[in-house]
Design a protein. Structure first.
Length: 325
């Protein structure tokens, strides 16, 4: 009963425009299992009240794959691990713009250019700015970028090129970070987000759950994400990649995944909360139930190094959830 009371109290606070405290966020994440359906239902109602019935559908284009200099222990693209995935450098602009046009025709709202760089090399960065300009002028799509660490000058150049939003994930809780990555710090990641914000870019940030972190560390991550106030939150669910240190990581139980999405809705009621990598393998329904429990965004047509659902299948999931693409 205490759990349901917590959910009701927090719902009333957020629905009336208020902000829940860190302690209330902890209580929400820890509601007993018998209060979990009430938590998910409340998160779903908040989502529809604050964001409407639409699901934000995004398509990614991995414009530089593999051989990243960093050692993030979940990542198939780190040069530290032999994961056997293909490697390629920045493809010709025409190829990327064609991809954006196809995504537009397939119903995607935005196109995200992602590169496995610690930071963009200067010549490649200039090319990406030109590509952003062309996607904007030739398709009218919103463009997001995820290019690694940015200088303030680069953040400004991306904004002027027409990029709307910059993605840079926090990955995991500050207290877990050094077990996941040793080549840069949590603070480095926050710094790039500040630079992007300083240049007037919208922010997209989040993390990856299921890395062996505790529930308390998921709360820590969620509260750090709230501090940044991103327009979009991305929560990935680990898909263990053979060859990485986390290849044998035990999957998170579905209830833990649902709790995290519901909590993010209570913490950032007006932001897009996107189910990123992992929904096709970590959930039985490719994320359909999460769209009723706090999430309102998906990535379609595959991920950076993994296949995903085809756009037609995702449209079907959205229809079944009685939502709109
Ligand atoms: S998560 Fe990003 S920074 Fe880390 S290894 Fe992968 S591509 Fe590089």
């Amino acid at each position: 009963m205490g759990g349901i009371d917590t959910v009701r109290r927090c719902y009333d606070v957020v629905a009336s425009g208020g902000v829940i405290t860190d302690a209330e966020a902890r209580d929400l994440l820890n509601v007993p299992d018998d209060a979990l359906p009430a938590l998910l239902d409340a998160a779903g109602r908040l989502t529809r009240a604050m964001r409407g019935p639409e699901v934000d559908v995004e398509q990614l284009h991995n414009i530089k794959k593999n051989a990243c200099s960093e050692d993030c222990s979940f990542c198939a693209q780190s040069a530290f691990f032999d994961t056997g995935i293909e490697t390629y450098r920045l493809p010709p602009a025409e190829e990327i713009i064609e991809g954006a046009k196809e995504a537009r025709a397939g119903g995607a709202d935005s196109y995200c250019l992602v590169a496995a760089w610690r930071e963009p090399p200067p010549a490649d960065f200039e090319s990406v700015c030109g590509i952003v300009r062309r996607i904007r002028s030739e398709t009218g799509m919103e463009v997001e970028c995820s290019l690694g660490f940015l200088t303030a000058r680069q953040a400004g150049a991306l904004k002027r090129a027409g990029a709307r939003r910059y993605n840079h994930n926090l990955e995991t809780a500050p207290s877990k970070f050094s077990q996941i990555c040793t080549t840069h710090t949590f603070a480095d990641r926050v710094e790039t987000l500040k630079r992007a914000r300083g240049a007037g870019l919208e922010l997209c940030t989040g993390g990856i759950i299921g890395l062996g972190e505790t529930r308390a560390q998921r709360l820590e991550l969620a509260l750090e994400i709230r501090r940044i106030r991103p327009e979009e939150v991305t929560i990935n669910i680990l898909v263990p990649v053979p060859g990485t240190p986390l290849e044998l990581q035990v999957p998170l139980p579905p209830g833990e995944i649902s709790r995290m999405f519901a909590l993010m809705r209570f913490l950032l009621p007006r932001s897009i909360v996107k189910i990123s990598g992992g929904r096709e393998t970590a959930t039985d329904d490719a994320g359909e139930a999460l769209l009723g429990g706090g999430a309102d965004g998906i990535i379609t047509n595959g991920y950076l190094t993994m296949p995903g659902n085809a756009p037609g299948r995702d449209s079907e999931i959205i229809r079944r959830a009685r939502l709109e693409a």
